[in-house]
Unconditional design. Sequence first.
Length: 253
Amino acid sequence: MSSEKVIEVEHVYFSYGSTPILEDITFSVEKGDFCVIIGPNGGGKTTLLKLLLGIIKPKKGIIKILGKPPYAVRHRLGYLPQYTDFNLSFPISVMDVALMGRLNKRGLIKRFTEEDRKKVEEILKMLGMWEYRHVHVGRLSGGQRQRVFIARALATDPEILFLDEPTAGVDPEHETGVYEILKELNKKMTIVVITHDIGVISRYARSIACVNRRLVFHEEGKITKEMLEMAYECPVDLVAHGIPHRVLPEHEK
């Protein structure tokens, strides 16, 4: 892995009104990393991702993405939100959804070029969705739709791909397939993903950030009992039967 830092976060604080969400967050991610962000609901994971994307600004601290402020490099980033605000009854095809990712290069009033269509064709073929290019998105399964939304994010030609719970709404049998796609993409770009799926992601992560208002960062991608107890604020036992997973013992609420 290259030692080039593509994400640098220094002493970042963020709050909604008087409610602190993130406190003194400091970490960095290197080019080619597969960084996993874990933590409890409400711990600040999605807020951290929005800060890295420049959607919101920190109250204090410095964030640099590819050496610049996040807003200056948005066109070099791909993003798959946890909940895609998409009307599945709207008459739009797989190809059209994927082409939306090229809008940042063409603008809203310019037509898509042959180059755009070739790029999207390449991505849909890679994701196994080319044969569905004329299919209405609302007719796809959850796993298939998620691949289309990943295609849309990839159509921007991102150097860093951010994903918030990429298997949300995906059938369990298709979850591993999504991560296998991300593993392949990681050969070409840096991946940053939020997930609760410790068992699956432990096979792919190169670094792990535990977020629960504060952050603990592990560069080697190893999940430890101490990290999970910090992130989930309860006792945790790690058990492996071929596929690592987590078991949460009984604890007081």
